[in-house]
Design a protein around this ligand. Structure first.
Ligand code: ZN
Length: 124
């Protein structure tokens, strides 16, 4: 049985946080390995890591709050009963969701109407 790997990610030799996005880093300074010499990451671990992405939401005049990215997206697109919200009630647009998922660590973006003063920064 072959193991499914994801060509966009690679594993370094660190014990923790060993999955790297090739777009973000091709070298790990902690264990001195580069993606050239290391294997691609397992798809299942990449999926798991994506679920662990964290974002910091800052609303106008409020203290920032940290959320798991996928939980934040889910909370914006379903109601309290778990039903998918109709398009007109969705607080997030599809292109905003995909930009959120593409954010690199440390990068930030504005969300929604500019007057809302809502910014999102990826922190992990
Ligand atoms: Zn490493």
């Amino acid at each position: 049985m072959s193991i499914e790997t994801n060509p966009d990610f690679w594993d370094c030799e660190c014990e923790y946080d060993y999955i790297h996005n090739k777009k973000e880093s091709d070298y790990c300074w902690d264990c001195n390995t580069s993606h050239e010499e290391q294997p691609d990451s397992r798809e299942i671990e990449v999926q798991w890591m994506k679920k662990m992405k964290k974002i910091e939401i800052t609303e106008y005049m409020c203290n920032p709050h940290v959320f798991l990215l996928e939980e934040f997206i889910k909370a914006q697109t379903i109601d309290v009963h778990g039903n998918v919200l109709p398009i007109e009630e969705c607080q997030l647009l599809d292109d905003e969701i995909s930009s959120l998922r593409d954010l690199m660590i440390g990068e930030s973006m504005d969300l929604g109407e500019p007057e809302a003063g809502l910014t999102v920064k990826r922190v992990a």
